[in-house]
Design a protein around this ligand. Structure first.
Ligand SMILES: Cc1cc2nc3c(=O)[nH]c(=O)nc-3n(C[C@H](O)[C@H](O)[C@H](O)COP(=O)(O)OP(=O)(O)OC[C@H]3O[C@@H](n4cnc5c(N)ncnc54)[C@H](O)[C@@H]3O)c2cc1C
Length: 397
């Protein structure tokens, strides 16, 4: 097995890291606890530089102005970008747009490409993905209540969605709605593009999460779709294929999330190592001399390494054998990496003492923001149930 990194990938990662240190990390103090909308002039300035360096859109195909990297190379770049909560947006590979770009790329009609995909890939507009509903279990989306009923040459969408991330300021939503209520469970829903300016698209609020409602890109919207009429041609992909498309969106999406979390681990770990070597406790000796801290360092180092290799392997498997073949690996990384990330961030905070919970470092932001990692894109428990079921199938008589 060859773990050598190609020279070209190495250069890309070095350029990315250098740019983050020079341009992106310094923006973080202006972002934590402030209005996100006010960040756009800086984000646009950085985006222009990223485009000039040809580092825009690592996962976006070249013909759409991106780098067109392989999934493994994109995973490696995502690891570097994960070290800052602003980086993915600045490099054009932020959720939920990245997933929406992927499904538009695969399913959009020529008109949908022109109207939605091209400006989205270019970073001119934003989007959201509207699947989960407050009244029904998001971990089992077969029970959706939102409907889209065909009326002449229009779809009429009605339903209540929440946690549609980044809906505030988005140009359009990709909505998962029941179009075929009498069909078998997995063929009932479809994806429909709903421009947010459509009458009946009502963003009720940005949901307060861990004390922050956020705004603009950094928010999670609750939306009422009330007799929201869109043209019939806004159906994305074949009717009744909503679940298939959602699954396609989630496979690479989980690689992106997990590698972003490894990036958070790396940054938090680095901060912890710096802090424990600098901070003197008792007799002028650094914290790093304490055995309990050394144990944290060793454990975190090994856990980050294991998690990283698992994610890269899952990315490699998707790339070489397809999403279907990599289902177990994708489930494994989703529930394995998130708790490791949370543990590393927690230990880094602990090592920083009061400074760790203050907003003077990025650690408190990671702690608040990333608890959700164990819930979205399938809660840990669901992935564990799915994985164990698959494993045990091999033992069934
Ligand atoms: C920060 C954040 C961003 C999000 N962004 C989006 C978005 O952009 N678009 C969107 O549509 N949705 C989004 N979501 C919603 C997310 O997909 C759902 O929260 C997730 O699918 C879980 O659904 P639920 O919250 O309804 O929990 P439920 O389905 O009610 O589950 C609650 C808990 O029950 C347990 N559980 C559930 N099923 C099982 C099982 N089979 N076996 C054992 N235990 C189980 C788990 O512990 C789970 O956490 C986001 C959520 C968060 C927190």
């Amino acid at each position: 097995m060859d773990f050598t990194m190609p020279e070209k990938t190495k250069v890309i990662l070095e350029m990315t890291q250098e740019f983050l240190e020079k341009e992106v990390y310094p923006l973080e103090p202006h972002f934590v606890g402030k209005k996100f909308r006010d960040m756009w002039p800086e984000i646009k300035r950085c985006r222009a530089m990223v485009k000039k360096m040809e580092l825009w859109g690592p996962q976006i195909p070249k013909e759409l102005g991106g780098m067109g990297l392989s999934l493994v190379d994109h995973a490696l770049m995502t690891e570097v970008l994960g070290s800052s909560p602003l980086a993915h947006l600045i490099f054009g590979c932020q959720a939920p747009d990245a997933g929406n770009i992927e499904i538009l790329e695969k399913y959009a009609t020529p008109e949908q490409r022109e109207e939605y995909l091209v400006p989205l890939a270019n970073g001119d507009i934003r989007s959201c993905f509207s699947m989960c509903e407050p009244e029904l279990a998001g971990s089992n989306p077969t029970e959706l209540a939102t409907t889209a009923i065909r009326d002449g040459d229009q779809w009429v969408v009605n339903g209540h969605k929440w946690f549609s991330s980044s809906a505030d300021g988005a140009k359009f939503a990709i909505v998962m709605a029941v179009t075929d209520p009498d069909a078998p469970v997995y063929l009932r829903a479809s994806m429909i593009i709903v421009p947010t300016e459509t009458p009946g698209f009502n963003l009720i609020r940005n949901i307060s999460v861990m004390g922050h409602a956020g705004d603009d890109y950094a928010s999670h919207g609750e939306i009422m779709y009330q007799n929201c009429r869109v043209p019939a041609e806004n159906l994305l992909g074949p009717q009744g294929q909503g679940f298939v498309i959602a699954q396609e969106r989630l496979g690479p999406g989980r690689i992106h999330h997990c590698m972003r979390w490894i990036g958070i681990c790396n940054r938090s770990f680095d901060m912890m190592c710096k802090r424990v070597t600098e901070r003197k406790v008792g007799g002028g000796k650094p914290l790093a001399r304490k055995q309990i801290i050394q144990e944290w360092i060793a454990e975190c180092r090994a856990e980050i390494h294991a998690a990283r290799l698992m994610v890269l392997h899952a990315a490699w498997k998707i790339e070489n054998e397809g999403q279907h073949a990599a289902r177990e690996e994708v489930s494994m990384i989703k529930f394995f990496v998130a708790p490791i990330m949370l543990k590393v961030v927690d230990r880094a905070i602990q090592a920083h003492g009061a400074l760790g919970v203050s907003d003077d470092t990025i650690l408190s932001f990671f702690y608040r923001q990333e608890r959700a990692a164990r819930i979205y894109d399938g809660p840990d428990e669901v992935h564990k149930v799915v994985l164990s079921r698959r494993v045990l199938r091999g033992y069934d008589e």
